[in-house]
Structures are given as structure tokens and as C-alpha cells.
Design a protein around this ligand. Sequence first.
Ligand SMILES: *[C@@H]1O[C@H](CO)[C@@H](O)[C@H](O)[C@H]1NC(C)=O
Ligand SMILES: *[C@@H]1O[C@H](CO)[C@@H](O)[C@H](O)[C@H]1NC(C)=O
Ligand SMILES: *[C@@H]1O[C@H](CO)[C@@H](O)[C@H](O)[C@H]1NC(C)=O
Ligand SMILES: *[C@@H]1O[C@H](CO)[C@@H](O)[C@H](O)[C@H]1NC(C)=O
Ligand SMILES: *[C@@H]1O[C@H](CO)[C@@H](O)[C@H](O)[C@H]1NC(C)=O
Ligand SMILES: *[C@@H]1O[C@H](CO)[C@@H](O)[C@H](O)[C@H]1NC(C)=O
Ligand SMILES: *[C@@H]1O[C@H](CO)[C@@H](O)[C@H](O)[C@H]1NC(C)=O
Ligand SMILES: *[C@@H]1O[C@H](CO)[C@@H](O)[C@H](O)[C@H]1NC(C)=O
Ligand SMILES: *[C@@H]1O[C@H](CO)[C@@H](O)[C@H](O)[C@H]1NC(C)=O
Ligand SMILES: *[C@@H]1O[C@H](CO)[C@@H](O)[C@H](O)[C@H]1NC(C)=O
Ligand SMILES: *[C@@H]1O[C@H](CO)[C@@H](O)[C@H](O)[C@H]1NC(C)=O
Ligand SMILES: *[C@@H]1O[C@H](CO)[C@@H](O)[C@H](O)[C@H]1NC(C)=O
Length: 607
Amino acid sequence: MPNSISIICLATLVICCFSLLLNSHSLFAHAKEADRLSLLAMKSQLQDPLGVTSSWNNSINLCQWTGVTCGHRRQRVTGLDLRQQSVGGVLSPFVGNLSFPRSINLPNKSFRGEIPHEVSNLFRLQNLTLTNNYFSGKILTDLSHCSNVMKFEASNNKLEAEIPVEIGNLLMLQILNIAENHLKGQLPASIGNLSALQEIDVRGNRLGGRIPSTISHVRNLISFNVARNQFSGMIPLIYNISSLQYIFIHTNRFHGSLPLDNGVNLPNLRYFSISGNNLTGSLQDSLSNATNLQGLEINGNLFSGKVSINFSRLQNLSRLNLGENNLGTGTANDLDFITLLTNCTKLEVLDLHSNRFGGVLPFSLANLSITMTEIANGSNQISGTIPDVIANLVNLNALGVESNQLAGTIPLAIGELKSLQMLFLNENFLRGTIPSSLGNLTLLTQLILEVNNLQGKIPPSIGNCQNLILLTTRKNKLSGTVPRQLLHIITLPVLLDLSDNLLNGHFPAEVGNLKNLVSLDISSNMFSGEIPTTLGGCTSLEYLGMQDNSFTRSIPSTLSSLKSITELDLSRNNLSGHIPQYLENLSFLSFLNLSYNHFEGKVPIEC
Ligand SMILES: *[C@@H]1O[C@H](CO)[C@@H](O)[C@H](O)[C@H]1NC(C)=O
Ligand SMILES: *[C@@H]1O[C@H](CO)[C@@H](O)[C@H](O)[C@H]1NC(C)=O
Ligand SMILES: *[C@@H]1O[C@H](CO)[C@@H](O)[C@H](O)[C@H]1NC(C)=O
Ligand SMILES: *[C@@H]1O[C@H](CO)[C@@H](O)[C@H](O)[C@H]1NC(C)=O
Ligand SMILES: *[C@@H]1O[C@H](CO)[C@@H](O)[C@H](O)[C@H]1NC(C)=O
Ligand SMILES: *[C@@H]1O[C@H](CO)[C@@H](O)[C@H](O)[C@H]1NC(C)=O
Ligand SMILES: *[C@@H]1O[C@H](CO)[C@@H](O)[C@H](O)[C@H]1NC(C)=O
Ligand SMILES: *[C@@H]1O[C@H](CO)[C@@H](O)[C@H](O)[C@H]1NC(C)=O
Ligand SMILES: *[C@@H]1O[C@H](CO)[C@@H](O)[C@H](O)[C@H]1NC(C)=O
Ligand SMILES: *[C@@H]1O[C@H](CO)[C@@H](O)[C@H](O)[C@H]1NC(C)=O
Ligand SMILES: *[C@@H]1O[C@H](CO)[C@@H](O)[C@H](O)[C@H]1NC(C)=O
Ligand SMILES: *[C@@H]1O[C@H](CO)[C@@H](O)[C@H](O)[C@H]1NC(C)=O
């Protein structure tokens, strides 16, 4: 008996298995048919100008349809990837009829409308990528049914309203990227439930309030980006999430100070960007422990006091931006930390501008890494001279030490900084001549020397700086004539300001070459002779200031070509003759000063 029972059992088992197989086979066939029908239904709502989905037809196996991927064994649709395709339109609710998709990836800039609710039927879905489209409406609350979702990316869309609390149910979620939408409200506290989360990116929305304290439960977080929102309160409790590599909280309304031990607990930190908030207190030495730091951007806050970070431990530091704070004490040792930065062999950017740093520019500046591209130390209380060894930093493309108390001369050696594009030396006490070596800086686009005590002639070599778009030497003691070469920089100056110097002689006729010149100020000098007739060639001019010189004779008729001019000041010269009638026809002219000259006849009425 036991035998027959077992035989019957075996037989039943075999039959069971067989019918199960049959059943599941027809189930697969059925699923595949459902997939086919849903894809065809979706196709009917796609815009497809290039016929990408023409392969979605009955004579071809759906696993060979463009953008469709199937599982190897069972030939079921497991993915829809249209990234490289130019199809768009509306995502049809029929998407919810697909039976086994694990990933859906839609192309750029071509889908609009709402994300259909039926997406929440896709309980096997792992990755949903809707980046760079025009999806509007809310983030689905019932997306939380898709409990396998690991990656939800919908940045750069037009999603609005609040982030649903239900997002906290996506327990498998690793990447949440909903940056650059129109989301408002708060970050839900339920986010603290997402223990698998590695990346949160909600930058560029209208989110506000406090970051929920539950964030400290997300123990695997690598990247935390809430930049450019309206978050307030203290910096969130992320300091002991030791996995963190990227913290971007810039441009919000955070206040308070950095906790003492932040660096200690963030050994993997690579980027710490907290600029544009209302943070106060001092820069903690503890940041020295974040030895993997590549970028430290704290600009635009209210930090104060001495900078006591031991930068020599931050060997990978490449960007250091401390600008626009109240850092420094205005005293001698404020910039000592620059010596510690010489150990950072990958440093590229050092921005200290608009602080209270005092003391002299340390010579160790020259020992900074050869990789330096930008030094911005303007608007501080820095004294001393510009060390000529700065010429070591041959890759610099911007050097700004403006608005300080620097004395001495402009080192000749600056001409060796061949990559320099911007040189800001204005508002200091620099004396001596403008070194002719500046003419070696052929990439220079902006040269700002105004408000110093510079003397002597403008070197003709400046004419070699064929990329200059902005040159100002206002308020110095420059003398001699204007070199013709300067006015051969054809590409040239959008702004040329030589005002308030002791320049003399005729103003060169070559000025007519400067077709791009928008603003020319040569006022308060000692120029004499006639106003060059060629000035009429500067057809882009909007501002022309020639007042306070000794120009003679009449206003040339060619100035009638200055169709864009809005302000014209020729006052305080020795001009004579009739006031030209064409001034009435210069339709943008809103300011005209001809006083203190020897004109005769009528003043045009229309001005
Ligand atoms: C189906 O798609 C294939 C591949 O794109 C194409 O060659 C064929 O002409 C299509 N058939 C129909 C009926 O549209
Ligand atoms: C979509 O945008 C990304 C990033 O801008 C780009 O790399 C990709 O080539 C774009 N794809 C298409 C199909 O335009
Ligand atoms: C497919 O989806 C549509 C729209 O969501 C629904 O009305 C329909 O019942 C579904 N069909 C099947 C066979 O599941
Ligand atoms: C989902 O994305 C993750 C991370 O990018 C990737 O490792 C995984 O293979 C993707 N899964 C599917 C089904 O595409
Ligand atoms: C998820 O987070 C919320 C808010 O922090 C909490 O009340 C809830 O109990 C959490 N749910 C689970 C399943 O952990
Ligand atoms: C992390 O910091 C928060 C707030 O300071 C604290 O509540 C939590 O216990 C800390 N967790 C660990 C693991 O240190
Ligand atoms: C900083 O605080 C001041 C004064 O409370 C406020 O006016 C300003 O808007 C705040 N700025 C930011 C970026 O939060
Ligand atoms: C850096 O970390 C070490 C060990 O974790 C700790 O002893 C030290 O106090 C920290 N230094 C600073 C400046 O925080
Ligand atoms: C600096 O970065 C390199 C790789 O880029 C890495 O191997 C090294 O550990 C880092 N150094 C420090 C001090 O973190
Ligand atoms: C900074 O760190 C370096 C390297 O760890 C160490 O040798 C030096 O003593 C420290 N300097 C200061 C001022 O803490
Ligand atoms: C530079 O870093 C090394 C470790 O890489 C350290 O030994 C040295 O003391 C540092 N130099 C300075 C000036 O702190
Ligand atoms: C730089 O300019 C000076 C003066 O104009 C010139 O004598 C010198 O040869 C130039 N040096 C280089 C390397 O071009």
C-alpha cells in the first residue's frame, strides 16, 4: 500500500508540475501578448517624427523592437530604454500594463504631461528615469507601491506640489534625483526610513523649512544636495554620516555655526559647499580631518575670525573659496595659512576676496602649486607689495588683488604669467610705471589698473594684448600721449577708460578702429587738438566722455554716426563753432553736456 500511495503521489506530483509548466507557459505567452498590446497602445500616443517605433509592428518579435529589452529566458519585456531615440509626446497609461519591466528610461526634452498613475502598477520596477523632460503635475504618491524602486530620477522637469510622504516607503531607494523642478513644501521626515539611500538631489526647487532630523538615520548617504532652495534652520544633522562624500547646501537660508567635530566624522568628504547662507562663527580646525576634501566653498556667509584649518593635511584640495565673509582680523598673521596651502599640490582656485584679511601678501604665495589658475584676494586689508615670485604660477588665468593697501610697483615678472586673462590691480597704492611686459599677456581680456599712483607712459606693447575687452587706468598719474598701438586692438575694448590722468597730445585718429567700443572715457586729462573725426567709426559707442580737456575747433560732423550714443560729455574744453543740429536726431541720447566751451548759435531743442 505504501508503494501505491507513493506512486499515486508521484503521479499527481508529475501531473501537477506538468500542468504548472503548461499553465506558466501560457501565462508567459499571455504576459507577452499583454506587453505587445500595451506597447502598441503606447505607440499610438507617441510623437515619432523619425519613425523610430516603426519596428513596433506585428511582423517582428517585440523583443526586437527598438528600445525594448526582454529577459533572456522568458522573452518578457524587462526594459524600455528610449534615451537615444527622438520620440516624445505623452507617456500612455498603458505603460502600467507592461508585466515585468525593471527599468524605464525616457529621452530628453520630448515627453510632457503627467506621469500616469498606472506606473505604480509596475511593482517590479527598479529604475525609473524621466530626466530632462517636461513632465508636470505631482510626484505619484502611489509610486510607493513600486517597492523595488532603487533609482528615481526626474530632474529637470516641471514637477510641482510637495514631495509625498509616501516616498519613505521606497525602502530599496538608492538614488533620488528630483532636482530642478518646481517642488515646494518640506523634505518629508519619512526620508529617514530610506536606509539604502546613497544620493539625495533636490537642488533647484522651492523647498523650505528645516531639513528633518531623521536625515541622520540615512547611514549610507554619499551625496546630499539641497542647494538653491529656501531651507532654513541650522545645518542638518549630517555630520556623523561618515559615508558622505558630497555636501551641497549652498544658496539657502541656513544659519548657526559649524559644529566642532564635523571634520572628524566625515573622513570621506570630498566637496563641502555651504556658500550663500547666513552661517556664522569660525572655521573649525576639525575640517583638517576631512583629508579627502577637494572643494571647500564657504563664500557668502558671515564666518569670522582667524582661519585655523591645517590645510597642509588636505592634500587633494583643489578649490578653496572663503570669499565674502568677515574672516581675518586685519592683522599681520592673517594670511599665514597660505603657507599651509603650499602642500596642496592640486590646488587651482584660491578665493579670499571681500574679507578682513590683513598683513602682507606672503611670499609663500609663489610656492603654491603650479596648478593654480585663479587667485582672488581683492577687497581685504592686505599691505606690502606684490611679490615678483608670483611669476612662478604660470597657469594663472585670473589674478585679483584689487581694493587692498598694496604698495610698491607692478612686478615686471607678471609678464611671465602667459595664461593670464584677468588682472585686477585697481584701488591700491601701486606706483611706478605700467611694465611693458604686460604686452606679453596676449590672452588678457581684462586689465584693471584704476585708482593707483601709476606714472609714466602707457606702454605701446599693450597693443599686443589683442584679446582685451576691458582696460581701465582711471585715476592714476599717467602722462605722455596715448600710444596708437593701443587703438589697434580691433577685437576690442568694450570699455576703455583712461580718465583722470595727465595724458596729453592729440588723441590718435586710430580710435576709429574700435568698432566694438561701447564706452570711451578720456575725461580729465590734458588732451588737445581737434576731436578726431574718425570717432564716428566707433558705431557701438554708448558713452563718450571727453570733458575736462583742451580739445579745440568744432564738433566733427562724423559724430552723427554714433547712433547708439546715450551719454555725451564734451564740457570744459575749448570747443567752438555751431552746435550740430544732428544731435537732435541721435534718438538714444539722454545726457548731453556741452557747457564751458565757446559754442555759438542755438542749442538743439529736442535734447
Ligand atoms: C516592421 O518593422 C520592420 C523593421 O523596422 C520593417 O522593416 C517592416 O517594414 C515593418 N512592417 C510593417 C508592416 O510596418
Ligand atoms: C540627453 O542629455 C544628456 C545630458 O545632457 C546627453 O548626454 C544625451 O546625449 C542626451 N540624449 C539625447 C538623446 O539627446
Ligand atoms: C491596460 O491599461 C488600460 C489603461 O490603464 C486599462 O484600461 C486596461 O484595462 C488594461 N488592459 C489590460 C488587459 O490589462
Ligand atoms: C538600475 O540602476 C542601477 C544603478 O545605476 C544599476 O546598477 C542597475 O543595473 C539598474 N537596474 C536595471 C534593471 O536597469
Ligand atoms: C517612516 O518614517 C516616519 C517618519 O519619520 C515614521 O513615523 C514611520 O514610522 C516610518 N515608517 C517605517 C516603516 O519605518
Ligand atoms: C548622529 O548625530 C545625531 C545628532 O547629533 C545623533 O542623534 C545620533 O545618535 C548620531 N548617530 C551616531 C551613529 O553617532
Ligand atoms: C541673512 O540674515 C539677514 C538678517 O536676518 C536676512 O536679511 C538675509 O535675508 C539672510 N540671508 C540669507 C541668505 O538667508
Ligand atoms: C581628528 O581626528 C582625530 C582622530 O579621529 C582626533 O583625535 C582629532 O581630535 C581630530 N582633530 C581635529 C582637529 O578635529
Ligand atoms: C587624494 O586622491 C587620490 C586619488 O585621487 C587618493 O588616492 C588619495 O587617497 C587622496 N589623498 C588623500 C589624502 O585623501
Ligand atoms: C599641520 O599638519 C601637518 C601634517 O599633518 C603637521 O605636520 C603640522 O604640524 C600641522 N601644523 C599645524 C599648524 O597644525
Ligand atoms: C605636507 O604634507 C606632508 C604629508 O603628506 C607632511 O608630512 C608635511 O608636514 C606637510 N607640510 C607642511 C608644511 O605642513
Ligand atoms: C616680455 O616683454 C618684454 C618687454 O616687452 C620683452 O623684452 C620680453 O622679451 C618678453 N618676454 C617674453 C618671454 O616674451
